[in-house]
Write a protein that binds this ligand. Structure first.
Ligand code: COD
Ligand code: ZN
Ligand code: ZN
Length: 357
């Protein structure tokens, strides 16, 4: 089967013929049907991360179960599924506490992608830029037939991270003033989550005019182009000079994280959704942090509880309460995966999705 392999950081992915190992207990094989291209995949191309090349990227995938190991009862061949990334063991302290995103069980380290004696790392336990993947069956959430498979794929990351950041991580109250810095595939979902949560002002900040126009369709009430206007001052001007109750940073850069902190009102919260480089730091004035009563809140994967939140988001989608189709700007074949990354970096797409058939 074909997979897109990162052989060396900062080089294009190459399409290779590779194999899958035999299924281990607790595993399912999924035939991929759709996989979104997320900015986090790009982090693993450009930065040193724990996932070492040769590496199969992709963590926003959906497909159909092809086979399961005999002990697996939660899914069966033929089921359409979303593949959640990372460990979701269901048995550790955090999984039992409903904080599955903090699961401490290491990802399996036996090889799943192989070619003779070679083994290929699997991003976040998924590696969805491949025609088939072996994954831990408890990471799979079933999807009804009415949900288009490319919309299901976005539930594996962008939609779930963005909506969860608002509703589960920050628990935004109706009437809050919310600002969102970085309106990509994830940030757009923070915008729609804030609108759904009943926020009063939803202030979208980006450098790309097209993203801001789209943000308006997703519920933003005010749009700020940070290439023309100082976003911190503009957010304050829109919030009685105080700053927003919640400011979400959805990029992962020190300067925009600092902007989120500065643009939060006293007593407000800066929610950091973006992942910075391992060696990057942000500094805050200690006296101001203490006196302002501001909170800085980290947010990983929208604090997702997969088997509770994803079925809820599916219901909301089927009931017309959340937009997913409109997030998908372009479809690509697996052999066009590098073009999909180029389109993302050029700001041309909210989400590009790889389609496998
Ligand atoms: N000011 C305003 N907007 C900016 C600026 C700036 N200085 N710089 C870039 N932007 C905008 C871009 O124009 C773009 O619209 C947006 O920021 C980024 O969007 P995308 O589509 O490139 O990125 P996403 O939405 O796919 O991913 C954003 C994340 C923050 C999720 C990602 O980069 C990340 O850090 N992921 C790791 C954290 C995590 O939880 N990962 C789980 C899986 S994603
Ligand atoms: Zn992602
Ligand atoms: Zn766990």
């Amino acid at each position: 089967m074909k997979a897109a392999v990162l052989w060396e950081r900062r080089t294009p992915l190459k399409i290779e013929e590779i194999d899958l190992a035999d299924l281990q207990p607790g595993e399912a094989r999924v035939r991929m049907l759709a996989s979104g291209v997320c900015h986090s995949d790009l982090h693993h191309i450009n930065r040193e991360t724990p996932f070492k090349p040769p590496l199969v990227l992709g963590h926003e995938g959906a497909g159909v179960v092809d086979a399961v190991s005999p002990d697996v009862k939660s899914v069966k061949p033929g089921d359409r599924v979303v593949i959640m990334f990372g460990s979701k063991c269901g048995t550790c302290h955090f999984c039992h506490s409903g904080e599955d995103y903090l699961c401490t069980t290491p990802l399996p380290d036996h090889p799943r992608f192989i070619r003779k004696d070679e083994r290929f790392a699997q991003l976040l336990g998924v590696g969805s830029f491949a025609e088939y993947v072996n994954v831990t069956a408890s990471n799979l959430v079933r999807v009804p037939d009415e949900v288009p498979i490319e919309c299901a794929a976005l539930l594996a990351c962008g939609v779930t991270t963005g909506l969860g950041a608002v509703t589960t991580t920050a628990k935004v109250e109706p009437g809050s003033n919310v600002a969102v810095i970085g309106i990509g595939g994830v940030g757009m979902n923070v915008v729609q989550g804030a609108a759904l949560a009943g926020a009063n002002r939803v202030i979208a900040v980006d450098l790309v005019e097209r993203k801001l126009e789209m943000a308006h369709q997703f519920g933003a009430t005010h749009m700020i182009n940070a290439s023309e206007t100082d976003p911190v001052q503009a957010i304050k001007d829109l919030t009685h000079g105080r700053g927003a109750d919640y400011v979400f940073e959805v990029i992962g850069r020190p300067n925009t994280i600092k902007q989120a902190y500065d643009a939060a009102r006293n007593g407000g919260t800066a929610v950091v959704v973006g992942l910075g480089a391992a060696d990057e730091e942000v500094s805050f004035n200690l006296a101001e942090l203490m006196r302002s009563g501001k909170a800085i809140q980290g947010c990983f994967y929208g604090s997702v509880r997969p088997h509770m939140d994803v079925p809820r988001y599916i219901d909301m989608y089927l009931n017309g309460r959340i937009k997913i189709d409109q997030l998908i700007s372009r479809r690509f074949r697996l052999d066009q995966v590098n073009e999909a990354f180029d389109a993302m970096q050029a700001g041309e797409v909210a989400r590009g999705v790889i389609m496998y058939e």
